[in-house]
Write a protein that binds this ligand. Sequence first.
Ligand SMILES: Cc1cc2nc3c(=O)[nH]c(=O)nc-3n(C[C@H](O)[C@H](O)[C@H](O)COP(=O)(O)O)c2cc1C
Length: 403
Amino acid sequence: MAQLFENTRIKEMELKNRLVRSATHEAMSDKNGFPEKALFKLYERLAKGGVGLIITGFAFVARDEICHYKGTQGIDSEEHIPTYRELVKHVHENGAKIAMQIAHCGRQTTSEIIGTEEPIAPSPVKEKTLFVMPREMTEEDIERIIEAFAQASRRVKEGGFDAVQIHGAHGYLINQFLCPHTNRRKDRWGGSIDNRIRIVFEIYNRCRKQVGDEFPILIKINGYDTMKRGLRLEESTVMAQLMCEMGFDGIEVSCGIKEDNFSTLRGDVPVEAILDDWDIYKRKNPIYRSFMRHFGRRIVNPPPFSEAYNLESVKAIKANVDIPVFLVGGLINPRTMEEIIENGDADYISLSRALIADQDFPEKIRSGSREPSRCIHCNLCLGYLTKRSLHCYHGKRINKKER
Ligand SMILES: Cc1cc2nc3c(=O)[nH]c(=O)nc-3n(C[C@H](O)[C@H](O)[C@H](O)COP(=O)(O)O)c2cc1C
């Protein structure tokens, strides 16, 4: 019977337990995507706190995709490699392993932020939270992005990371190809499952050539989203099977896209924080801003928070693949985590907000505590992320002048 605290191995990556810090954007990098001191400190805290594997917040693979959050990490140039080597060394010295998540935002950013033309996406489908109408990607765009992922994965390996994770969830570019709501293409990149997943296949093969056979390539996907024409579990289960056949070394299963009611996170909707921080609303649409202030919580109406809310998706996907499956979303109770691992329902437990609230949570569990996480799912950590670094606001007064 598998245990939460036991050594495991994914290809050449050895892990001391099955607890993973799920990718969490930290807003602790400079405007060129170089990690700042605060990120070194945070990863040191996480490593000392006992988590087996840290997955970084998503790093951009190309300049035309910087997202609207402050201080995103970048891996789009050779100059990044020496700094990441330092960062990785620091994590290893403090007892954890580290994977880098690489991503492209596609339509989940704005032209103001990327500073050029409109954002790109598989199809020109309007993104309704950022008021973005993306440009449909050409064959050249697609080729450029595939190569950007491949070069980024090479840099990840050269930076000393233990693995790379491709961000195929949460409405970012790869998920935009997988999801029928955002992919309306009629060519070889859209339509059937085989066509929609083609970009993942191309990216995987190109990355594998760069990093060799023994370097773990992981992927994070959505089990489903709640858009009317969105991705359904029946399809993502087939996709996961295809990803397994491609050669991926692990799949993390999440849900939701930016437009679908906060379903990725659940809990409270930090309307005030989001509106205070999102300049886009102030500049572009003052009426919308005032409307959201009054009716936001009713309009953005996420599914209620529940423990381990992606467990059903994980079970369905795990039944179809023979590579490690990571469960993320609402893991707050040590007993539940143990049960899931012991029953073989998932191979790894990924935590985001629980580790924002308390980086020592894994070590506390290891030394026998059965106290649940102190996170109350207020989601202010995400709400304030466009202007401030990652922080837990539970029990803290928020100074209005600071906003
Ligand atoms: C502040 C914040 C930042 C996040 N940044 C990322 C990210 O960079 N990449 C990613 O795949 N998911 C990101 N997520 C989603 C988490 O990885 C995770 O899927 C989600 O929060 C559910 O897990 P939890 O209930 O343990 O928080 C973020 C979540 C939060 C709260």
